[in-house]
Design a binder for this molecule. Structure first.
Ligand code: NAD
Length: 260
């Protein structure tokens, strides 16, 4: 059981991060939530996790573009829970545009949030994991950490970078009871993806539901989405003793996308 462990999950106020938070909390893990959003909804999530699973839950609004706030996030979790045993780097954003029209500020933001924030959290959290001789680093990369799609240059570059960072960290801590892995989801129906479906539907004139079906079937052999809870269950498995020899690798959960 993971009871007594503590996790920081970046970008856990919605979507995949929230699914991971729920599944880890169900295993008895204390949770530091992070991300943006409506304060009342975040408070409701905190209370739900506390009452449903009897774990400690806290929240930090640290902005993943700001290294000093990232350091504070890890420090705050260590102060509250005594340690950060599980670090899930999940916060992420998307921008869809051809590379020669790609807004420079969007490039910088995607590299900062989707890639550099993971460097800063890992740098801050590893010393504590080394001290305990146990740790789990889980980076939510993407199918786009392993292959590209057009018009997603910054996202694809950042996610390939995350997979590389995952491997480099795994090698450095391999003998110290710490694993470092990446999860590579295909399509998950979150806000990040709903925005893309809406933009596509505007162009094509299709309904949201029709566009959703068309989009998912373009790349996904199963023609279906993964759920945040399924991603959460994979994260739980990567935290288990069964996964102690799984390190330095990306794990696809993508309806067969990578098999093509
Ligand atoms: P989402 O938009 O539902 O969630 C993103 C989370 O990140 C939110 O909690 C948001 O508040 C937070 N966030 C955004 N900018 C932040 C910042 N500057 N500082 C702190 N938090 C910030 O999207 P999601 O689909 O759940 O995405 C989560 C992760 O999964 C991302 O890294 C994304 O790239 C990855 N991913 C998503 C899919 C998919 O199909 N949805 C597929 C593969 C990978």
């Amino acid at each position: 059981s993971l009871k007594g462990r503590a996790a920081v999950i970046t970008g856990s106020t919605s979507g995949i991060g929230k699914g991971i938070a729920e599944r880890l909390a169900a295993q008895g893990v204390d949770i530091m939530l992070n991300g943006f959003g409506n304060r009342d909804e975040i408070l409701a999530l905190e209370n739900k996790l506390k009452s449903e699973f009897g774990v400690q839950v806290a929240y930090s609004g640290a902005d993943m573009t700001r290294p000093n706030e990232i350091r504070e996030l890890i420090q705050q979790a260590q102060d509250l829970f005594g340690s950060v045993d599980i670090l899930v780097n999940n916060a992420g954003i998307q921008n869809v545009s051809p590379v020669d029209e790609f807004p420079e500020d969007r490039w910088d933001a995607i590299i900062a949030i989707n890639l550099s924030s993971a460097f800063h959290t890992i740098k801050a959290a590893l010393p504590g994991m080394k001290e305990k001789g146990w740790g789990r680093v889980i980076n939510v990369a993407s199918a786009h950490g392993l292959t590209a799609s057009a018009n997603k240059s910054a996202y694809v570059a950042a996610k390939h970078g995350v997979v590389g960072l995952t491997k480099a960290v795994a090698l450095e801590v391999a003998t110290q009871g710490i694993t470092s892995n990446a999860i590579c989801p295909g399509w998950v129906l979150t806000d990040l993806v709903k925005t893309q479906i809406e933009a596509r539907a505007m162009k094509s004139g299709r309904s949201f539901d029709e566009e959703k079906r068309v989009m998912v079937s373009e790349k996904t052999p199963t023609q279906d989405f993964s759920t945040p809870e399924q991603i959460g269950d994979l994260a739980v498995f990567l935290c288990s003793d069964a996964a102690s020899q799984m390190t330095g690798a990306p794990y696809s959960i993508d309806g067969g996308w990578m098999a093509q």
